[in-house]
Design a protein around this ligand. Structure first.
Ligand code: S3P
Length: 187
C-alpha cells in the first residue's frame, strides 16, 4: 500500500487519461481534474496558443506551476498532459503527492484514438506515427520512473479499463487523508 491523497494519471496522448480518469473519480468519489483544462482556465487561453507564444518550455513551466497548485489541494483524480513527466520538478511533485498510474497505449492505438484530433500542437503537421514513436522513446523511461502502477489500456473501452484498474487500485492505493506532504522547491 502506498498512501497518497491524489491519484495521478500519466501516459501518452490517447492513452485515455481523461476518459478513464472521469470513471475512476466517480468510483472513488473524488473530484476529477485535467491539468490541461486547468492550465487553460488559469491562463485564459488554449494549450495550442501557449505553445505558439511561449514554446514548449513555457508550457512546461505553466504545467509545473499548475500541478503544484492542484497537488497542494484536496484529493483528486488528476489527469496530466502526456509530456508532464519531462519536467523533473513535475515528476517530484507527482511522486511526492500522488499514487501514480502509467496508462499505456501503443502507437497504433494512439493513432486510432487521435485520428480526428486537431488540438494537440505536437501532432500538428508532420508524420504523426513517427512523432508518437519518438515521443514514446523519450518519455517511456520517465513514465516508468514515476509510476507506482502500470496499466495497459489497449483494446479496452474507458469504462471497462476503469473498472479493472479500480480493482487493482483497491488493493494497491491507500487513499491518504492526513496533512499535505511537504514538497521540495520545484525550480
Ligand atoms: C502533450 C499532451 C497533451 C497536452 C499538450 C502536450 C504532450 O495532453 O498537454 O498538447 O506533450 O504529449 P494529453 O496527453 O492529455 O493529450
Amino acid at each position: 500500500m502506498n498512501p497518497a491523497r491524489h491519484l495521478v494519471l500519466v501516459g501518452p496522448m490517447g492513452a485515455g487519461k481523461t476518459s478513464i480518469g472521469r470513471c475512476l473519480a466517480r468510483h472513488f468519489g473524488l473530484a476529477f481534474v485535467d491539468s490541461d483544462h486547468e492550465i487553460e482556465q488559469r491562463t485564459g487561453t488554449s494549450v495550442t496558443t501557449i505553445f505558439d507564444c511561449t514554446g514548449e518550455a513555457g508550457f512546461r513551466a505553466r504545467e509545473r506551476d499548475t500541478l503544484a497548485g492542484l497537488l497542494a489541494g484536496p484529493g483528486s483524480v488528476l489527469a496530466t498532459g502526456g509530456g508532464a513527466v519531462l519536467d523533473a520538478g513535475s515528476r517530484r511533485l507527482m511522486a511526492a503527492n500522488g499514487f501514480v498510474v502509467h496508462l499505456r497505449a501503443d502507437v497504433p492505438t494512439q493513432l486510432e484514438r487521435l485520428a480526428r484530433d486537431r488540438s494537440r500542437p505536437l501532432l500538428a503537421g508532420g508524420d504523426r506515427e513517427a512523432t508518437l514513436h519518438r515521443l514514446a522513446g523519450e518519455r517511456d523511461p520517465l513514465y516508468a520512473e514515476v509510476a507506482d502502477l502500470v496499466f495497459d489500456t489497449r483494446h479496452l473501452p474507458a469504462a471497462d479499463a476503469a473498472r479493472r484498474l479500480a480493482q487493482q487500485l483497491d488493493a494497491r492505493w491507500q487513499r491518504g487523508t492526513g496533512p499535505l506532504r511537504p514538497t521540495e522547491p520545484t525550480a
